[in-house]
Design a protein around this ligand. Structure first.
Ligand code: NAD
Length: 503
């Protein structure tokens, strides 16, 4: 998707916006039961964007009650797969029809460049929805061989009330990663967006109602983790919780599940992903473009960002030279300007946290090659410049911890064993990119890297590959647990029931 709008057009639309901030429960926007509020700021200028209720356990009870009633009524849970697919396809059409409005909400909320919001985030969300809507019909049960007098089968049904708690880096797409599989398989949903990015999820709930999703099947409760999130985590009537966010919060949710009703968990958490470049890598300009995209897209606020560049010594200098030229040419700017490719970070605390990591890298003796400063302070926005550290050692904090900002750490190697050791030296195991033309090296990496997904790049130009939402992702290590996306991810939203019939 793209848009002919100019910066002035977007700014005028932003001024006219009156975004909804109230919870969406039982098919309508309602007042929160909590009086306390928090302020949400526009990352591009630091100005107040919206004021939300902090939310309460009573809000969550109301949302879970509405979800439970809708589930038990069978209006969605017993509807045919074809009916659910038709409604969800209608929702996808409506999202496309409102693409500019939703993209604007994303950019104002999280500071991502408007051209990415409309060109990447919107198609991503729609792709995830259309895939789940269509794939649900292919989620089959099992029929077992019998002796002719009985029937043994394992059937799948929706789990019931599913909750989603998500982070802020791709607000609409992360919300969709919970809504699409939950609804396609017949569940009712209670969604808590991040307190830093609730606008598009609330709009999505209204569009779902417009598309024909029955009331109570989609509920959205904005608020903070300590109130709304905690009440969801400990709720006794939520059957499953699917989470996207930090590993620290993921671990808390495991404890809360154990302390409450053993709700089923899917946890998609943090990463510190390696980008490994072998000395037979193709054209280094191609590699440099790929490393840049994997590292600095969304200002580095991507769970799968290739934040550790592990490069063969023979090609290191030539690659670093190309990276410095590209990263040095990036001009952070106003995300409402369609020319901008690099915006602010999500919040002042996130900017300060990233600057703290940069300081820790310097103090530990890593060599700062580029960036390291917080530019455009006069804008009031929360910017951090693209930053590159060389001579990073594996034990350094900047090599181990997820920074979630535009900071690249470079390490080098001479043989394949060393590359594998460096890549696996992490508590995380989300994603990896490998640059090689050798099939042998590719196979070795596929076998030995402890990650849930991998991209191997030779000379080929990237193509769209599998459609959005089609590939399953099972995070390894402390990057999470359970499976998201693909048929396996869809299956996680269903419960198996084995039945033997002897009549
Ligand atoms: P976060 O864990 O701080 O917050 C995520 C969500 O959890 C928010 O909605 C928050 O309100 C809620 N929350 C916070 N404390 C809670 C508590 N005690 N109980 C219940 N809910 C609570 O994470 P974040 O800063 O919003 O997001 C960044 C993180 O998300 C990074 O670690 C990133 O790697 C990860 N992420 C992972 C994926 C993936 O697919 N693996 C995708 C995007 C982001």
């Amino acid at each position: 998707m793209n848009s002919p709008l100019t910066r002035a057009d977007w700014a005028a639309r932003a001024d006219a916006l009156k975004p909804e901030t109230r919870p969406f429960i039982g098919g309508r926007f309602v007042e929160s039961r909590s009086d306390a509020t928090f302020d949400k700021y526009n990352p591009a200028n630091g100005r107040l964007l919206a004021r939300f209720a902090v939310g309460s356990a009573a809000d969550v009870d109301a949302a879970v009650g509405a979800a439970r009633n809708s589930f038990e009524s069978g209006i969605w849970s017993h509807a045919s797969v074809d009916h659910r697919r038709a409604v969800l396809e209608r929702l996808a059409d409506l999202i496309e029809a409102h693409a500019e409005e939703l993209a604007l909400l994303e950019t104002l909320d999280v500071g991502k460049p408007i051209r990415d919001a409309i060109g990447i985030d919107l198609p991503l969300a729609v792709g995830i929805l259309r895939h789940a809507a269509g794939a649900a019909a292919h989620l089959l049960g099992q029929v077992h061989p019998t002796d002719g007098r009985s029937l043994a089968l394992a059937m799948r049904g929706p789990r019931g009330v599913v909750a989603g708690i998500v982070g802020w880096n791709f607000p609409l797409a992360l919300a969709m990663q919970k809504l699409a599989p939950a609804l396609a398989t017949g569940n009712s949903l209670v969604l808590k967006p991040s307190e830093l990015s609730s606008l598009s999820a609330l709009r999505l709930a209204a569009l779902a109602a417009e598309a024909g999703v029955p009331e109570g099947v989609v509920n959205v409760v904005p608020g903070i983790g300590a109130t709304v999130g905690d009440a969801i985590a400990h709720h006794m009537d939520i059957d499953m919780l699917s989470f996207t966010g930090s590993s620290a919060t993921g671990k808390r949710l495991m404890q809360a599940s154990g302390a409450s009703n053993m709700k089923r968990l899917v946890l998609e958490c943090g990463g510190k992903s390696p980008n490994i470049v072998f000395d037979d890598a193709p054209d280094l300009d191609l590699v440099a473009d790929g490393v840049m995209a994997r590292m600095f897209w969304n200002q580095g606020q991507v769970c799968t960002a290739g934040t550790r560049l592990i490069v063969h010594r023979a090609v290191k200098d030539a690659l670093v030279e190309r990276l410095l030229a590209r990263a040095g040419a990036i001009r952070p700017g106003d995300p409402l300007d369609p020319e901008t490719s690099f915006g602010p970070l999500i919040s002042a605390p996130q900017r300060d946290k990233v600057m703290g990591y940069i300081e820790a890298g310097r103090a530990a003796g890593a060599r700062l090659l580029l960036g390291g400063e917080a530019p455009l302070a006069e804008s009031g926005g929360f910017y951090v410049a693209p930053t590159i550290f060389d001579q990073v050692r594996p034990a350094m904090t900047i090599a181990q911890e997820e920074i979630f900002g535009p900071v690249l750490s470079i390490m080098d190697f001479t043989d394949t064993d060393e590359a594998v050791r460096l890549a696996n030296d992490s508590i995380y195991g989300l994603s990896a990119t490998v640059w090689t033309r050798s099939l042998e090296t590719a196979h070795r990496m596929m076998r030995d890297l402890r990650v849930g997904e991998m991209v191997v790049r030779g000379t080929g130009t990237p193509s769209p590959g599998a459609s959005f939402g089609a590939m399953p992702l099972e995070p390894h290590g402390q990057s999470g647990l359970g499976i998201e996306s693909g048929l396996d991810g869809l299956a996680a939203y269903t419960a198996l029931k084995s039945v033997q019939i002897f009549v």
